[in-house]
Design a binder for this molecule. Structure first.
Ligand SMILES: NC(=O)C1=CN([C@@H]2O[C@H](COP(=O)(O)OP(=O)(O)OC[C@H]3O[C@@H](n4cnc5c(N)ncnc54)[C@H](O)[C@@H]3O)[C@@H](O)[C@H]2O)C=CC1
Ligand SMILES: CC(=O)[C@H](N)C(=O)O
Length: 373
């Protein structure tokens, strides 16, 4: 076919696709390279039997942070302990090391990543490595490398080996010019942190690889995640985890955001369940490849008020961190996740009152054990 005619046809296909619709790759596969680094896609992926295809082999990158160990626990219940490999560049604590396969993986090392995927016959990859919003501002060049170059490596490996790839995005992918109350899936995204910029880049690159190479890319924009048995990694929403620990241990908490700073939040169990649900959703149910998910929205003052119902002597003071405050003031206050609810049946379980009782019960019993020892 003459080049001009072929280009005209390609342009037509691209224009036909709806702005957010992602039902099928836009370009017919005969026009496409098999992978961005021109390495043939893993042939075995196409010839796996039904049983094998159902038995996923999972890799989690950046798995020793706030969310990765919980995700591994959930996925190991679903796919079996030995089929879920946690990886990170840090040394795992003993209980994590003993709980299932762990491997060193630096996502900046492309060959190492490829070796792990090949040697372990990985089929699903959850890419959790990142520098979060506050630490990212403190170390922009590292955040740029980990969050952007690392993502490129992961996308290429996933495309080459036919993996299903999950990359989390965040409320931080929006900025001061986005509608903030509520923030829909599709709107202006001009974040002003390196973290946010890298996450918008991840959303767009993942969707581009979906259209261009047929990569099965799935992405959820998480709100601030609150967990009891893991520490946050240097974000703007960290206060909502630390407050519980301090309430039980000291009866007081110094908050680094203003009392009226409203942000979307979610309990970790809901977040991880959503992650597994979107990965298991039939492709035809996904009208988009990047979805907002939400559970609740509150301010530090509202959270403190709820804690006070259980810890009557609890005192909160405010010492505002200008970097975190500026970030929070540019982020969504309420998150519109109606598309996730409509397309693949997303539904959160935990609202603010249950969140507070769950967190206080965990820290209360942990404290009692510590005092008894
Ligand atoms: N925790 C939250 O509230 C939210 C998290 N997310 C996203 O979820 C994902 C997981 O978040 P968290 O567990 O909270 O993050 P975290 O900051 O607690 O953990 C990130 C992990 O990445 C690892 N890492 C850093 N450089 C690496 C490298 N070169 N190679 C491999 N690993 C490396 C770190 O050692 C760390 O264990 C991130 O992508 C984050 O952006 C999104 C929204 C909210
Ligand atoms: C909401 C996030 O992405 C993270 N917790 C952060 O505050 O940076």
């Amino acid at each position: 076919m003459p080049v001009v005619r072929m280009l005209r046809r390609v342009a037509c296909w691209m224009l036909q696709s709806p702005a957010c619709g992602c039902r099928a790759p836009v370009l017919p596969s005969r026009f496409l390279g098999t992978s961005p680094r021109q390495i043939p896609m893993d042939a075995n992926f196409h010839s796996t039997s039904f049983l094998e295809a159902d038995q996923q082999r999972v890799l989690i990158t950046g798995g020793l942070g706030q969310l990765g160990v919980g995700l591994a626990n959930l996925l190991r219940k679903r796919f079996g302990k030995d089929n879920v490999i946690l990886s990170d560049i840090r040394k795992p604590p003993e209980h994590v090391f003993l709980s299932g396969p762990f491997i060193y993986s630096d996502i900046l090392d492309y060959k190492n990543l490829r070796e792990i995927v090949v040697n372990n016959r990985i089929t699903w990859l959850f890419h959790y490595s990142a520098l979060l919003s506050a630490v990212g501002e403190a170390n922009v060049s590292l955040a740029r490398a980990v969050n952007i170059t690392g993502l490129h490596n992961v996308l290429d490996v996933a495309a080459e080996h036919g993996l299903r790839l999950f990359v989390p995005s965040t409320i931080g992918a929006f900025g001061p010019t986005s509608p903030r109350n509520p923030t829909p899936d599709l709107c202006i995204q001009r974040p002003r942190t390196i973290y946010g910029v890298s996450k918008v880049h991840a959303e767009l690159m993942g969707e581009y690889y979906y259209y261009r190479y047929g990569l099965d890319f799935r992405c959820l924009r998480y709100p601030g995640i609150i967990s009891a048995d893991s520490q946050p990694g240097g974000g703007t929403t960290d206060y909502a985890v630390q407050i519980f620990h301090e309430a039980v241990k000291n009866g007081r908490f110094e908050c680094n955001l203003k009392p009226d700073t409203r942000l979307p939040m979610m309990y970790i169990d809901d977040c991880l369940r959503a992650t597994l649900e979107v990965m298991e959703a039939p492709a035809e149910s996904l009208s988009m490849r990047t979805y907002n998910i939400n559970a609740m929205s509150f301010t530090p003052a509202e959270l403190a008020q709820e804690v006070l119902k259980h810890v009557p002597e609890f005192q909160v003071t405010y010492s505002v961190d200008p970097v975190r405050q500026a970030i929070a003031d540019s982020w969504p206050m309420n998150f519109d996740d109606s598309n996730a609810r409509k397309d693949w049946g997303w539904k959160h379980d935990i609202d603010l009152p249950e969140l507070v009782t769950t967190m206080l019960n965990f820290h209360g019993s942990e404290n009692r054990v510590a005092q008894a020892n």
